[in-house]
Design a protein around this ligand. Structure first.
Ligand code: GBH
Length: 475
């Protein structure tokens, strides 16, 4: 039921996918139910001082017990697609070996419920909840277990096979990894995420083993899924800008682009390591953990690239604190506060960064369909006297970023869909429940869900197939 366009309306192509996104550990809860074992995030969140207010994902948004209600919410929004992640320790509890029927059954019920509601399931295999057992297994690895250890990549490919067998007949789109940059560099570099390690060598090994895991899993998925299935990868690419055109500042931006973006883009799309990254990291490693054939494996063909975007980064020559997620680049790079308004995360609001990334990928990866697999913002919302949850800043943020996607489409970027982060307020990693990204408010004491104004706004955008012109916000 398309509505008439205003003269300045921004219409999206027919068939454009409108979705919302979540991740298992952030919403499911039921951490010890039906055979789930701890992940590195369970261990990390129970370690004093790691997560704000000592919050854990033990209960989260209790989605494990509220599937039907949450699917009904999405039906109200009118989304065409739902991007969720599968908890590895729920379905293959010890990280390898036998699968857990009860865990698989939960995802079968989710997928069947979505299909019944006419919503396309988009499944991510890894959104950071590594089985603790794989982190603890260190034998044979000089840099410790988890993603620093090569064997983890093979275990991941086996787990991908388990999921393809269980759900391959009804899930059409599969994503191997969500944001391997965060898993490697926040998990093993600055330790802000689980498993909380601060070891630059381990972080580089982790990045490589994640690329390898992606390629191995992509191959397994291809072999097990129907030919029509789509296999993808989601990256949080950094929209990095040099503070000035000086060669020193531009070199700082080059370093962050290498260890933030090309460390994944080059292996996955070109089967090579960035030469400048190898040079930049010479004091940390000679990359001898990259074995013959690994880069070709990482470059297994995929059907689309997911991009998660929140904020740009501005850098200059200088130095920043250590431990850092930048594998030595912090000794040469200073992060400058980007101008403009900030979200509750203190992240700058700049929709142009999303446009810049999409047109860069248009040029560098011709023929690769792009999907914005996450975009959204944390704000403190408030209830008006009649109980409506008001979040005008979030609406403005979303409008500006969708307008940026529209502009990229108009300029020839092949963007197939947009997934809003997030459906529900949830466990925001190291920030616990103190930051709310949802378009649906969750009262964590009662688990009551309430649509925010942004949810009603998004439902209208989807129904209309685009934005109503809002000259002030079209970024
Ligand atoms: C995503 O990650 C996650 O996929 C999702 O689970 C999460 O809830 C959501 O975003 C909101 O946080 O470290 O200097 O590069 C976000 C990735 C990486 C974005 C770190 C902000 C901070 C600047 N984030 N980045 S820096």
């Amino acid at each position: 039921d398309a509505r008439p366009d205003s003269p300045t309306a921004l219409r999206f192509p027919q068939g454009f996918r409108w979705g919302t996104a979540t991740a298992a550990y952030q919403i499911e809860g039921a951490a010890a139910e039906d055979g789930r074992t701890p992940s590195v995030w369970d261990t990390f969140s129970r370690t004093p001082g790691k997560v704000r207010n000592g919050d854990t994902g033990d209960i989260a948004a209790d989605h494990y017990h509220r599937l039907d209600e949450d699917i009904a919410l999405m039906r109200r929004l009118g989304v065409t697609d739902y991007r969720f992640s599968i908890a590895w320790p729920r379905v293959v509890p010890t990280g390898s070996g036998p699968s857990n029927a009860k865990g698989l059954d939960f995802y079968r019920r989710l997928v069947d419920g979505l299909l019944e509601a006419g919503i396309r399931p988009v499944a991510t295999l890894y959104h950071w909840d590594l089985p603790q057992e794989l982190e603890s297994a260190t034998d044979g690895s000089p840099a410790g277990g988890g993603w620093a250890r090569r064997e983890t990549a093979y275990r991941f490919a086996e787990y991908a096979g388990v999921m393809a067998d269980a759900l391959g007949d009804r899930v059409a789109t599969w994503t191997t990894l969500n944001e391997p940059w965060c898993a490697a560099f926040l998990g093993y570099g600055n330790g802000v995420h689980a498993p909380g390690r601060t070891d630059a060598l381990a972080s580089l090994r982790a990045a490589h083993h994640l690329n390898l895991a992606h390629g191995l899993a992509a191959r397994v998925l291809r072999g097990a899924l129907p030919a029509s299935a789509e296999v993808s990868l989601t990256l949080n690419l950094h929209a990095v800008r040099a503070l000035s055109e000086s060669p020193e500042d531009r070199d700082a931006a080059r370093r962050i682009d290498a260890v933030g973006n090309r460390i994944f883009l080059d292996p996955v799309f070109h089967g090579r390591l960035p030469e400048d990254l190898v040079r930049d990291t010479a004091g940390i490693t000679d990359w001898s953990f990259v074995e013959d054939g690994d880069l070709a494996t990482a470059a297994a063909p995929i059907d689309s690239l997911g991009i998660n975007y929140y904020s740009p980064a501005v850098v200059a020559a200088g130095s920043s604190e250590s431990p850092s997620p930048w594998a030595g680049a912090e000794r040469h790079v200073r992060f400058e506060p980007a101008p403009g308004p900030r979200t509750a995360m203190d992240w700058p609001v700049d929709a142009n960064g999303l446009y810049e990334l999409l047109v860069r990928l248009r040029d560098e990866l011709p023929g690769v369909p792009l999907v914005v697999t996450e975009n959204g913002a944390a704000y403190d919302d408030y209830a008006d006297p009649s109980g409506n949850v008001k979040d005008p800043e979030r609406v403005a943020y979303l409008h500006a970023h969708l307008a940026a996607v529209h502009r990229a489409l108009a300029d020839g970027a092949d963007v197939r869909g947009y997934f809003l982060w997030s459906l529900l307020d949830n466990f925001e990693w190291a920030y616990g429940y103190s930051k709310r990204f949802g378009i649906v408010h969750v009262d964590f004491a009662t688990q009551r869900r309430t649509l925010k104004d942004s949810a009603r706004w998004y439902a209208e955008v989807i129904a209309r197939g685009g934005l109503e012109g809002r000259g002030d916000l079209d970024g």
